[in-house]
Design a protein. Structure first.
Length: 560
């Protein structure tokens, strides 16, 4: 029997070297992910500003609009669409960050960076404690921790093909760039996913601790953590309920009686944390505008890759985890005395792995979010497979690679994240939209923030529009693929407005129908066509800079 694996957790202590390893890896990740941002600021040309974002600017523009609104209000309207709507939206995460910005006076980019680093640190330490709770052998814990925190998929193969076979075209980009399920990528550029994954892990860790100690207070704590999670990312409630729910059913079948603790814990978890989910259902059914927003999630075209591509996205960890899961299920009952996971959590990890796979394909437009946190059971089971099956197999052949196998396995999962990290420098070094704005554009946004009302609608390109609610605080005509109602029609109207051959009557009609207050005219708008605002007598310049004009719409001068 492997004595390290069989040692009860309550009798084991974490050696200082293991703490040093955890701290070292965590600091390495946080510093490494900070460097591209520092490069973005340091390399910005004299007439441009790095906006503090590196990936998925459209969605971050949405979050910044909430951040801006929550600085002064408890509930906010949707300012990424011109249709009138009531302030009924709440998100705890961006409310908290917005209030921190208000209290400190710090710039949003600085608050965002602090949050990103804090979310990464919380995730790494919650991950370690969960590894410690579910694995008794320090070697396995370190391997799982590094694998989940640093590893990625096989997307590097597609990158290699891009530069050798496909003529510069990246095949199946979602297999490379989907962030959910990739801890390193989330810490690099998606901190809201990072903290959500940390809270999911924390809830499950608390439930397992309560089961081990027979104390429902841990379920209460898990419910509170779940409540916090729900108020920032309500989708994840499906994970919080689905995994322990199925686990409770499996325990019932295995023990042939209801597991009292888990039934009570599920009730407590649901009673405390269900309210954000009910609010989200109400928000997207009672209010037609928010119902439309939810319906437009399909506009992103981002869904969970089919199983074949899922194996590319998740890579070697998913392959190893699947093999280990199949072997374990086929040998159920044979290894109870030598299980690599403590007996009270082994079934839970297997359940999370299988249920998580099913949830990845739940028939909703937001199914891709179900991948968030799934890298944890994938990494744990992959580590299990390495130590439980591969290492003994090599040892039987007296292979010199036995002790190096776990390290090599982790190293083989790093290339895609190395590529994603390096590519940030390539993208940022272009000093172009959407990561940079011209100084005149940011000055115009600042003017709007100071001199106009949030309810006044600003007409612009999508490039600038995605920043308007979050920086200027105004309502944007075109800003986001889901939050802007009838997005594609409005995108066509913007292109038509700035086109040279569009007649003024059409432009005036657009402005009047949507009650536009200001037209933003800068480099991004000029790129859309040859519109000359100086010939529009219904537009009055209120701010003129070298490359940007802000024009006030005079509705009284518009044709009826």
């Amino acid at each position: 029997m492997n004595r390290a694996a069989a040692t009860p957790l309550s009798q084991s202590r974490t050696p200082s070297r293991e703490w040093q390893f955890v701290l070292g890896v965590s600091l390495f990740v946080l510093i490494l992910t900070l460097l591209p941002y520092l490069f973005g600021y340091a390399s910005a040309p004299p007439d441009q500003k790095f906006m503090g974002l590196m990936m998925n600017v459209p969605d971050h523009g949405q979050y910044l609009s909430w951040y801006k609104g929550f600085q002064t209000s408890l509930l906010v309207p949707n300012r990424m669409t011109p249709e009138p709507n009531e302030p009924i939206f709440f998100n705890l995460l961006w409310f908290s960050l917005g209030r921190i910005g208000t209290l400190t006076g710090w710039d949003y980019a600085f608050v965002y960076q602090l949050f990103r680093l804090a979310a990464g640190a919380v995730f790494m330490f919650v991950l370690y404690f969960f590894c410690r709770q579910t694995m008794n052998d320090p070697r396995w814990r370190r391997t799982a921790f590094a694998l989940i925190g640093l590893g990625g998929g096989l997307g590097w193969v597609l990158v290699l093909l891009k530069y050798t076979v496909t003529g510069g075209e990246l095949l199946y980009p979602l297999d490379v760039y989907v962030a959910e399920g990739n801890s390193f990528l989330c810490i690099l550029a998606y901190p809201h996913f990072t903290i959500a994954a940390a809270l999911i892990i924390a809830v499950f860790g608390l439930l397992l601790t309560g089961a081990r100690r027979g104390q429902l207070r841990y379920a209460v704590a898990g419910g509170i953590v779940g409540l916090i999670l729900g108020w920032q990312h309500a989708y994840d409630i499906l994970i919080l309920y689905g995994v322990p729910g199925v686990y409770t059913l499996l325990l019932t079948f295995r023990q042939r009686r209801l597991p009292r603790y888990w039934v009570q814990a599920l009730f407590i978890l649901g009673a405390i944390s269900v309210w954000p989910a009910l609010y989200s259902v109400w928000l997207t059914t009672a209010d037609p505008l928010w119902e439309t927003v939810l319906d437009q999630f399909a506009n992103a075209g981002v869904f969970t890759p089919n199983p074949f591509h899922l194996f590319i996205l998740m890579g070697l960890p998913l392959i190893a985890a699947t093999v280990a899961c199949v072997i374990r299920l086929r040998r159920r009952g044979e290894e109870a005395d030598d299980a690599p996971l403590p007996q009270d959590t082994e079934l839970f990890i297997l359940t999370w792995f299988v249920v998580g796979f099913v949830l990845n394909y739940v028939p909703t437009d937001f199914q891709i979010h179900m991948l968030n946190g799934w890298q944890v059971p994938v990494g744990l089971l992959a580590t299990w497979g390495i130590y439980r099956y591969l290492v003994p197999a090599l040892a039987r052949h007296q292979s010199k690679w036995t002790s190096l196998l776990p390290i090599l396995f982790v190293l083989m999962t790093l290339p895609i994240n190395i590529y994603l990290w390096v590519w940030r420098y390539v993208e940022l070094n272009r000093h172009d939209y959407p990561f940079y704005l011209h100084d005149d554009e940011t000055a115009a946004l600042a003017w709007l923030d100071e001199h106009t009302s949030p309810d006044e609608i600003v007409f612009s390109s999508l490039t600038v529009g995605q920043y308007i609610p979050g920086i200027a605080g105004n309502t944007a005509f075109l800003a986001h693929w889901a939050q802007t109602v009838d997005f594609y029609t409005k995108e066509e109207l913007v292109e038509e407005f700035f086109a040279e051959d569009t007649v003024d009557e059409t432009r005036q009609q657009i402005l009047k129908i949507f009650d536009i207050a200001y037209v933003f005219y800068g480099p991004a708008e000029r790129a859309l066509g040859g519109f000359d605002p100086s010939r529009a007598d219904y537009l009055e310049p209120v701010l003129t800079l070298s490359s940007v004009e802000l024009l006030r719409v005079h509705l009284e001068s518009l044709n009826p």
